[in-house]
Design a protein around this ligand. Structure first.
Ligand code: NAD
Ligand code: WQD
Length: 366
């Protein structure tokens, strides 16, 4: 088996996917500039599976440095591209940074891949590309062909990158066909994976999400209330058109999400589909109140909350139609919301300082 290059490899989803790749027998080369993560995640990967990726601290927009990594690892046979800025709110404050890292960073990566004849790419897209899909009532749960009309700069960067990957890969494929020597050569394949709401942690309790600037997402906030770091959860509106008035999301355990990347990679290598999009979600919608209840059960305590006004930019329902990934990638979620809450609780309650502390000895396998 060759190597897989994972960009953003020390981040939340990148580190879990790196772990899954190593456990499946791949060699992994990881790059990250540590803007929103730290290299301790690599130690945790090694504690869990006894292997670690080869790591380079570099910026995705540094073409010479990235090219050097491809040169050093001529066995790279595919790329999984996580490196990006990902905060919806921040993207409205500093949109140029988002366009630079997310779009220009991808252009740099694609140029390096072309120079080194690496032709399989898995890209981290997002359900955010759909914008407010509730405008199309027959499009809930959301299929991949739902119109993409993102409503914030972050979502627009993901949409643009999807388009530029398609344009570039199709052009590369046409050029390869024209070159006589490449008539039977490699195809250019990309999986555009649109994640819904990834959550959870490793069941060992020693690996989880630890963004450098904290997280305002629902489950991390619930965790912080449960350990007393926050007084209460602010529920962003309970007057929506749902079973209990709160918004609906499709939460997916990070271990399932990581497996989805391996399934996509394998599919690209075997089926050679060109560029194709897949939703990675469970297909099940959960309201904020349902999540509150599930997390309270996992933590074994009541979580105080207060209903506040609606959050700008929120949409009522983001639930995936997940059948394309099941039918084509032979992938489906195996873990439940209860698993995600229990695993996240084990992580946050045992590691109050995240990766800035040693893992509790009792949780580390000997
Ligand atoms: P994350 O912030 O933990 O991981 C992203 C990684 O990219 C970080 O480690 C960060 O340091 C790195 N990075 C940022 N800028 C970089 C640069 N210029 N050069 C090199 N590395 C850089 O976020 P995540 O939750 O793991 O998300 C991974 C990917 O999945 C992102 O592309 C994100 O947009 C996408 N995504 C995430 C979610 C989610 O809810 N977590 C949902 C949909 C899509
Ligand atoms: C979930 C629900 C909130 C916090 C975000 C990004 C999306 C994707 C995944 C990257 C919503 C409600 C939350 C709180 C609350 N990331 N909530 N009180 O907004 O669905 O998706 O992460 O691509 O692009 O936007 O996730 O966890 O912030 O919110 O009531 O303190 O919980 O309103 O209904 P979201 P979230």
């Amino acid at each position: 088996m060759g190597s897989i290059l994972v960009t953003g490899g020390t981040g939340y989803l990148g580190s879990f996917t790196t772990l899954a790749l190593l456990q499946a027998g791949y060699k992994v080369v990881a790059i990250d500039n540590l803007h929103n993560s730290c290299s301790e995640s690599l130690n945790r990967i090694e504690l869990i599976c006894g292997k670690r990726p080869e790591f380079y601290e570099l910026d995705i927009t540094d073409e010479a440095a990235l090219d050097g990594v491809f040169s050093e690892h001529s066995d790279i046979e595919g790329v999984i591209h996580f490196a990006a800025l990902k905060s919806v709110g921040e993207s409205s404050e500093i949109p140029l940074n988002y366009y630079h890292v997310n779009i220009y960073g991808t252009i740099v990566l694609l140029r390096c891949m072309a120079r080194h004849n690496v032709t399989n790419l898995v890209f981290s897209s997002s359900a955010t590309v759909y914008g407010d899909a509730t405008r199309f009532p027959d499009m809930i749960p959301i299929p991949e062909d739902c119109p993409r009309e993102p409503e914030n700069p972050y979502g627009r960067t993901k949409h643009v990158v999807e388009l530029l990957i398609k344009d570039h890969f199709e052009a590369q494929a046409r050029q390869a066909k024209r070159r006589a020597c490449d008539r039977n050569g490699k195809q250019w394949n990309a999986a555009l994976l649109r994640y819904f709401n990834p959550c959870g942690a490793h069941p060992s309790g020693i690996m989880g999400e630890d963004p450098r600037g904290g997280s305002l997402n629902l489950i991390p906030v619930l965790g912080h209330v449960a350990v007393g770091k926050l007084e209460k959860l602010s529920v962003f509106g309970d007057d929506y058109d749902s079973i209990d008035g709160t918004m609906i999301r499709d939460y997916i355990h990070v271990l399932d999400l990581a497996d989805g990347h391996l399934a996509a990679l394998k599919y690209l290598q075997v089926a050679q589909p060109g560029v194709r999009a897949w939703n990675l979600g469970s297909g099940t919608g959960t309201t904020v109140y349902q999540m509150l209840k599930a997390f309270s059960r996992a933590a074994g305590r009541d979580i105080p909350y207060q209903v506040v006004g609606r959050r700008a930019g929120d949409v009522l329902n983001l639930t995936a139609r997940a059948s394309r990934a099941t039918d084509e990638l032979q992938w489906t979620t195996r873990l439940t919301l209860e698993d995600a809450c229990a695993d996240f609780w084990r992580w946050i309650s045992n590691n109050p300082k995240g990766y800035d502390q040693d893992p509790p000895a009792i949780l580390v396998k000997r």
